[in-house]
Design a protein around this ligand. Structure first.
Ligand SMILES: C[C@](O)(CO)[C@H](O)COP(=O)(O)OP(=O)(O)OC[C@H]1O[C@@H](n2ccc(N)nc2=O)[C@H](O)[C@@H]1O
Ligand SMILES: Nc1ncnc2c1ncn2[C@@H]1O[C@H](COP(=O)(O)OP(=O)(O)OP(=O)(O)O)[C@@H](O)[C@H]1O
Length: 280
């Protein structure tokens, strides 16, 4: 069975410029992928059943984004086929690396191909947005400048450094951060040249630092090697290094109760590479 990658993302900065009427926050962010991923396997079947063969311990199957993505595509395209899905989960959950969203995106892209449902990439991205604000960027698979709730995307060419990503053992709820009264919601609009000149920060960082001291500790520890920042609403924090060996050397000093990943920044995601290689 072909395994499909569902890579992680980093938010290189994250600003909030306002709020929509439905309460969702208007963001500016830059997404870049890393070459570290979950792996998903799909076996299509004729009987219409969607079976999740490797459910996640803490997530009921009906709430799993892989199951929800498969069901959504099946229903919207009136597809009569089903599928057995297996996941090899590597990405930490609730870490701000977008693992659930990426699993959903890979499911939509893979099943659209395997079921022959014929949706365009932009139709898949629109469908994905119903599952989560981060899903569209994973469907397009290109590093991007994002606005709106993260669905207005412009491709970006960015340096592709090695990153050390540290995930302290704490689950940060995205909803909790976005409802925090102390969150800065009135950032002045930034521009792509500003990003490339090094401007930008993650406005969720002070909120998470204040509420989860272990994230503050991880940021402070990582900053001794290279400027460190939180991705998304945390809990993962990351720093860029010139080479893999420097990132691995820092990882070797990391306190053992944290999870650390050394990975390369990618402007094209592993999913996109896989589609290009297989000619899908
Ligand atoms: C923080 C980011 O990871 C940055 O990339 C994303 O904006 C979050 O995207 P996501 O995990 O796909 O988020 P969703 O599953 O759509 O939303 C989770 C919860 O976060 C809040 N939320 C999310 C995104 C957004 N732009 N504004 C919000 O207020 C909403 O209360 C929502 O109920
Ligand atoms: N396939 C899945 N993988 C991971 N989490 C899932 C999945 N399906 C549903 N979830 C739910 O989504 C929540 C967020 O998981 P995820 O790993 O995407 O967090 P995250 O990286 O912080 O995401 P984001 O930055 O997009 O908020 C989990 O706590 C879990 O309850």
């Amino acid at each position: 069975m072909l395994l499909w990658p569902a890579p992680a993302k980093l938010n290189l900065f994250l600003h909030i410029t306002g709020r929509r009427e439905d309460g969702y926050h208007l963001l500016q962010t830059a997404f870049q992928f890393i070459d570290y991923c979950d792996w998903l396997g799909f076996r299509p079947g004729a009987d219409g059943r969607i079976e999740h063969l490797s459910p996640l311990p803490a997530v009921p199957v009906e709430q799993d984004l892989v199951y929800r993505a498969a069901l959504l595509l099946q229903q919207r395209t009136a597809c009569s086929q089903g599928v057995e899905v297996r996941i090899r989960k590597h990405l930490p959950m609730g870490g701000g690396l977008g693992g659930g969203s990426s699993d959903a995106a890979t499911t939509l892209v893979a099943l659209n191909h395997l079921w022959g449902t014929g949706l365009s990439i932009s139709q898949l991205a629109q469908l994905g947005l119903e599952l989560g604000a981060d899903v569209p960027v994973f469907i397009y698979g290109r590093a991007a400048w994002a606005e709106g709730v993260g669905e207005q995307l412009q491709p970006l060419e960015l340096p592709e450094p090695w990153y050390l990503i540290v995930t302290p053992a704490v689950h940060v709820s995205t909803r909790e951060v976005f409802t925090a009264p102390e969150l800065t919601r009135d950032c002045k609009p930034m521009t792509i040249p500003g990003l490339l000149a090094g401007e930008g920060e993650n406005v969720c960082e002070p909120v998470v630092r204040g509420r989860y001291p272990v994230v503050a500790e991880a940021l402070d520890w990582l900053s001794q090697f290279s400027p460190a920042r939180m991705t998304g609403t945390g809990s993962s924090v990351f720093a860029a290094f010139d080479g893999k060996s420097q990132a691995l050397a820092a990882l070797a000093c990391m306190p053992s109760h944290w999870q650390g990943i050394v990975a390369k920044g990618c402007n094209d995601s592993l999913l996109l590479d896989c589609l290009e290689k297989t000619g899908c």
